[in-house]
Design a binder for this molecule. Structure first.
Ligand SMILES: [Zn+2]
Length: 464
């Protein structure tokens, strides 16, 4: 009889013998850049030649479904069924990565072959998301080795379009709703609060990108001859933005703000300090004044100017520019009136005398906001399991500050969603020199082995 402790020790040994690194190296070598044209063969190969065979060894059945949005990569659906009376977990990962940007990586590093430097394993996808789903698949394998069975049913959905906004994922979750039925969703992506702090998050902020533009006339006009006579689009746009968000980052449009922060969310965030050692210092006077920094990033909306252009910024001329544009982003939490954002912005601009400012959603897909109640019994169950493995209570974030396609699972499939991230804020995800921290990956493997072990023992939280 293997014990929990022995199973976790065996997982640690397996990691220390280099097996995990070897598995991940093989996966990183697949150039699954979903943002590049013509990568369908690579995206398909990752699923059918790499993940599929791994699942078969774990006793899964699996198949690929075509992406309902043409031109985007397939989605793998897999299942290991043990007993219909046992609980069922749905897990998720994405096999695609951000562009390699090969020439921008530091000398000696490559996006497509892992380079180990101390604790850092460099390579595209090591953190986002190949490293993370590889940890979870490896943990399942370790539990199977130790116990001969999981003690629960597992379903897996692995997509290849997350870095292009998960096209087709909603439709697939809707179409295969019955097949994907489960009791809980457990998956990994994104960062821990800090490298050394095991973290759970229960949802994500949404993201709504939009453009504001002012186009008043053709061409610029000499500012000496016309200054004072011609309206300046840059000035108008700056004033329009200032009517929406003040100089300290406080959102001024009532309906772009979320409802009051629920008590369970406040409680979960108490004592949490966002930010990362070595990262930029948090600006204390920024954002909604009555909130703590953790509440500002995890429980509130933020409205950002991501880019602003008028005239010729590189070579300014003495001319009143003909046009101005700004690319804006609203990160928002659950409860925000997201269906009406653009109408709310339009009405606000009109009311404040900015009818000449056009507002339209950016081409990017809107990401929805989700959040499982921190008081949900699955949360405390997962917290206890991780605490048992690591000796410390993990941080619980009601939602990530960033965005994820979690609404597919939380809303379309109606599941309690528990995310256990295995990366950290300074991992350079989406940039050159992306890396995974070996000690975090190792701890993640042990945590997930413990979590899956416990689920097979206890079947999850007791139902009230
Ligand atoms: Zn990503």
């Amino acid at each position: 009889m293997t014990t929990r402790e022995q199973a976790i020790e065996a997982a640690a040994r397996w990691f220390d013998e280099g097996h995990f690194l070897a598995e991940l190296r093989r996966r990183v070598a697949h150039r699954t850049e979903s943002q590049e044209e013509g990568r369908l063969p690579q995206l398909t190969a990752y699923l059918s030649e790499e993940i599929g065979p791994t699942l078969e060894r774990l006793g899964f059945s699996w198949r690929l479904v075509d992406n309902p949005v043409s031109g985007f990569g397939p989605i793998l659906i897999g299942e290991r069924r043990e007993d219909p009376h046992l609980p069922t977990v749905l897990s998720y990962g994405h096999g695609d990565v951000i562009r390699g940007y090969e020439e921008q990586w530091r000398q000696g590093l490559s996006p497509w072959d892992i380079v180990v430097e101390g604790e850092r394993w460099y390579g595209r996808g090591t953190a986002d998301n190949k490293g993370q789903h590889s940890i979870n698949l490896a943990a399942l394998a370790r539990v199977l080795e130790a116990r001969g069975r999981l003690g629960f049913n597992l379903k897996l959905i692995l997509e290849t379009g997350e870095e292009t906004g998960s096209p087709g994922l909603h439709a697939v979750c809707e179409r295969y709703r019955d097949e994907l039925k489960a009791d809980v969703f457990i998956a990994s992506d994104g960062p821990r609060l800090r490298a050394a702090q095991p973290t759970l998050f229960l949802g994500a902020r949404g993201a709504f990108n939009f453009d504001l533009t002012v186009e008043l006339r053709e061409g610029g006009h000499h500012s000496g001859n016309w200054g004072g006579l011609l309206a300046n689009p840059g000035t108008i746009l700056a004033a329009a933005i200032a009517s929406m968000v003040d100089g300290r980052g406080r959102i001024l449009v009532e309906r772009l703000r979320p409802p009051a922060i629920p008590n369970s969310v406040r409680k979960a965030l108490a004592g949490i300090e966002p930010g990362e050692p070595g990262g930029p210092e948090i600006d204390r006077g920024w954002g909604e004044p009555s909130l703590t920094p953790a509440e500002r990033v995890f429980a509130w909306n933020s409205l950002e100017v991501l880019a602003f252009r008028t005239g010729n910024p590189e070579r300014p001329a003495n001319a009143i520019p003909p046009a101005a544009s700004a690319h804006m982003q609203l990160r928002f939490v659950v409860g925000s009136d997201w269906r009406n954002f653009i109408a709310i912005i339009r009405a606000h601009l009109d009311r404040h005398g900015f009818a000449m400012v056009a507002a339209k959603p950016a081409r990017m897909e809107m990401m929805a906001a989700t959040r499982l109640d921190p008081d949900d019994p699955w949360v405390e169950w997962a917290v206890r399991s991780i605490e048992r493995t690591t000796g410390h209570r993990p941080v619980v974030l009601p939602n990530l500050g960033g965005s994820l396609p979690n609404d597919c699972f939380a809303e379309v499939l109606g599941l309690p969603t528990v995310w256990v991230p295995h990366s950290y804020p300074a991992c350079s995800q989406h940039a050159p020199d992306e890396h995974l921290l070996a000690p975090v990956a190792r701890e993640g493997l042990l945590m997930m082995t413990g979590l899956f072990w416990d689920l097979g023992e206890s079947g999850g939280p007791k139902r009230g």
